[in-house]
Design a binder for this molecule. Structure first.
Ligand SMILES: [Zn+2]
Ligand SMILES: [Zn+2]
Length: 760
């Protein structure tokens, strides 16, 4: 048989997922000799043997790869035949290149089995892991991924662990965080002498008794209590000053998940999979989850335990009867990033809970839980973090290195290196200085981990964003990218489209190129620039910061603009029960005098105004609340007769959707006694029709028949569905988000791609 020698270079997530031992096993199956080596940017495999066997190997390399790996491409090159007589795994050689840092991986089924097997060496070990599971990004100090460059450096392996680590036949071969009850980290209750089994039992006892505790997990601390105990959940809401925003719920297992929420096959696969995000799923009618977990909300955010310590809190041989569901909400002071160290937890969470369960394995990089909604039976990302970050997005044809700092709310940043763009884990809201500090540290850390030296910094166009200031501090040339343009480019990049598109960017707030507030925009977009083709009808957004959380203010100003008289506005506001004389007077005064007001085309604010006049939310306690409950109201009604579409207007060289007329129509119908739920449907339908007509208009103007839908408003799945279906019926190709969030958590990717295009 013909002998041959080749070199395969495998790019993708191939570090820390058992790829090298897999390669060695595959080579031995096919009787091939050679070596495998982590090169940082890729894994290099040298093979010698029968030509047919090499061919087989190359195919199975992809089809049989470890479940946690993600191969992006394999380059093959002929090599010289040397006649080696074995297959070897060569220790990491550090080389520069497009390095893939693996996300953290939830405890695998085999480890879970060992965890609860009294005969196993790692029985009840809170840090059990293997080649296929365990922490990765969150414990990483530097690349390549080896124990000495992780938080596990502080825990030298015992003899038995070292044996497994070095045995190619073991499922812990080459598993960097491997440890056991002898040599691993330890759990303890912060500020006490209680540790190990006693600590776990004490925390379980407190949860079962309805107390609130904090628990250190993989990417940060959680606040936790019994999710089936209404009093406990209500107490947590009070302490956290979080009246309505849903809490995530962690359930013991799939059975418990089925009792809490309605689970489809697609959801089940993700719930049980290696990433273990929070999934937003419809509550079961007879679910025992406390109403306060997600007040007034038809959905509950559900996840399964992903760290061994979480599994132990549900099941432990101490005789305590535990609930099957815990609240597991990010342990952070409101606005600040998730707590990472004991000092953080002591200061921020100490006052909120009765005890803190910590451990001595340091978290190097924070990772909040990812949050995923479902659209047409497929995941639709809301917060991309643990398990997903920093998996890269590939955008072909670029060379260079950039850092994009993202937006102000739901901040994430993105490092671009040639064709690969690495969106970070969730950082938080940048108005908080602690979050800013986290962004400063984490972006520096990730830049080092990925061994990049960005030549430019991209940021938002807003002159007063903290991220804009940070961009200037970094001392590199700064590329400012308009907010809604960045949204659309992120959607294009996710869908691997670089040709010009009509971007429908419907969002909360972003700074426009004309100094006004944008957020309901039709843009002609490619990677090199954009043109504003249209928008919703501008209105006066009066009342400063409050106007973005108090929808009644927007409603009053819209009414004032439409009817032109303060007296009439007072009467309407009174009938709608949204504002007093005095409040209306103040809003009108600001509009008349041009004080504390800006011109706005924010679609998010339009939703707030409609939600207010329909009596659904007069003001909100978290971003998106008014629109969320407006959508739920519409879903309760189902279908309604369509409203007639008003004519478009023109201003400043762009078209305007007749959104003020639509708003007024809703108001008139509400006052004539129509049900809010029906009006909520009619508003969604009519706005969708206006958006579709806007795309037709933009299409006629530009000849482009591809529309990209992005911006936080498209978290509203009812609107998304109506718009997407309508556009498809009219022959448009529609791009929308999948695993990059439509909200501000996604704009860093758009910024990075725009900056990269600029430096080519
Ligand atoms: Zn495992
Ligand atoms: Zn050990």
């Amino acid at each position: 048989m013909k002998k041959t020698a080749v070199i395969l270079r495998v790019y993708g997530i191939v570090q820390g997922v058992g790829f090298r031992p897999f390669t060695a096993r595959l080579a031995s199956e096919h009787k091939l000799n050679g070596s495998v080596c982590n090169k940082g940017p890729y894994v290099e495999i040298r093979l010698e043997g029968d030509e047919a066997a090499v061919k087989c190997f190359s195919g199975e390399l992809i089809t049989k790869a470890p479940p946690r790996s993600a191969i992006l491409k394999v380059d093959e090159e002929a090599a010289e035949f040397t006649g080696v007589s074995s297959f070897e795994i060569i220790e990491s050689a550090k080389e520069q290149g497009a390095i893939f840092v693996s996300p953290d991986i939830a405890t695998c089924p085999e480890c879970k089995k060992e965890l609860f097997d009294p005969k196993d060496r790692r029985y009840l070990h809170p840090f059990i892991n293997c080649t296929a599971c365990g922490p990765r990004l969150t414990i990483l100090d530097a690349m390549p991924y080896d124990r000495e460059r992780t938080s596990m450096k502080a825990f030298p392996m015992c003899e038995a662990c070292a044996e497994e680590y070095n045995d190619p036949g073991s499922r812990r071969y080459d598993a960097q965080p491997v440890c056991c009850n002898e040599c691993g980290p330890e759990v303890y209750i912060l500020g006490t002498e209680t540790k190990g089994a006693a600590a776990i039992t004490e925390i379980r006892r407190r949860i079962a008794a309805g107390e609130i505790v904090a628990i250190k997990g993989i990417g940060g601390f959680h606040l936790c209590c019994d999710a089936t105990n209404e009093a406990a959940v209500a107490k947590l809401r009070e302490r956290k000053h979080r009246p309505v925003k849903p809490f995530a719920v962690m359930v013991r297992d799939m059975e418990a998940a089925r009792r809490a929420v309605k689970i489809t096959p697609a959801a089940e696969e993700i719930l049980e999979g290696p990433k273990k995000p929070i999934l937003l799923l419809n509550r079961q009618e007879n679910s025992t989850i406390a109403p306060s977990a997600a007040p007034g909300n038809p959905k509950i955010g559900i996840m399964l335990p992903y760290a061994p310590v979480q599994l132990l809190l549900f099941d432990y041989p101490d005789g305590i009867k535990m609930p099957e569901a815990f609240i597991m909400t990010s342990g952070n002071p409101s606005g600040a990033p998730i707590c990472r160290t004991d000092d953080d937890a002591r200061e921020a969470l100490g006052p909120l809970c009765e005890a803190v369960l910590s451990h001595d394995r340091r978290i190097r990089v924070r990772a909040d839980d990812s949050v995923i909604d479902f659209y047409h039976e497929a995941p639709y990302m809301i917060r991309r973090s643990r398990g997903y970050a920093p998996l890269p997005v590939m955008v072909k044809g670029f060379r260079g290195e950039v850092l994009a700092l993202g937006g102000e709310l739901k901040n994430t940043f993105c490092i671009g290196r040639d064709e690969l763009f690495y969106p970070s884990a969730y950082v938080g809201d940048m108005s908080d200085l602690r979050t800013m500090q986290a962004l400063r540290e984490t972006s520096k850390r990730m830049t080092e981990l990925l061994e990049t030296e960005p030549s430019v910094t991209a940021c938002d166009l807003h002159p007063r964003y903290n991220t804009t200031q940070l961009a200037n501090e970094l001392g590199k040339p700064v590329i400012q990218v308009q907010h809604h343009y960045a949204h659309i480019v992120s959607c294009m990049a996710e869908n691997e489209v670089s040709e010009p598109v009509i971007g429908v960017s419907f969002d909360g707030t972003g700074y426009g190129t004309d100094g006004t507030i944008w957020g309901g925009e039709f843009l002609l977009v490619d990677y090199h620039g954009f043109e504003r083709l249209g928008s919703i009808e501008p209105f006066c957004q009066a009342g400063g910061d409050r106007s973005s959380v108090e929808g009644w203010r927007i409603a009053v100003n819209l009414l004032y603009e439409i009817c032109g008289s303060q007296q009439e506005t007072v009467e309407l506001a009174e009938k709608l029960n949204i504002a007093s004389d005095r409040e209306v007077g103040a809003q009108c005064f600001m509009a008349d005098q041009g004080v504390n007001c800006v011109t706005s085309t924010s679609a998010g604010r339009l939703f707030d105004a409609v939600s207010a006049v329909l009596g659904i939310r007069r003001k909100v306690s978290f971003e998106g609340e008014a629109a969320m409950f407006l959508e739920y109201a519409a879903r309760r009604a189902g279908h309604a007769e369509k409203l007639p579409l008003s004519a478009f207007k023109e201003a400043d060289g762009r078209f305007l959707l007749p959104t003020s007329e639509l708003f007024y129509e809703i108001v008139k119908r509400k006052l004539s006694g129509e049900a809010s739920e029906i009006l909520a449907v009619q508003f969604h339908d009519a706005l969708a029709d206006e958006i579709i007509a806007g795309c037709e208009r933009a299409g006629a103007q530009t000849g482009i028949r591809t529309a990209a839908l992005s911006g936080g408003v498209f978290q509203n799945l009812l609107l998304l569905e109506r718009v997407e279906e309508g556009l498809k019926e009219r022959g448009f190709k529609v791009l929308r988000h999948h695993l990059i969030p439509p909200n501000d958590g996604g704009i860093c990717l758009g910024q990075a791609v725009v900056a990269m295009a600029k430096i080519q």
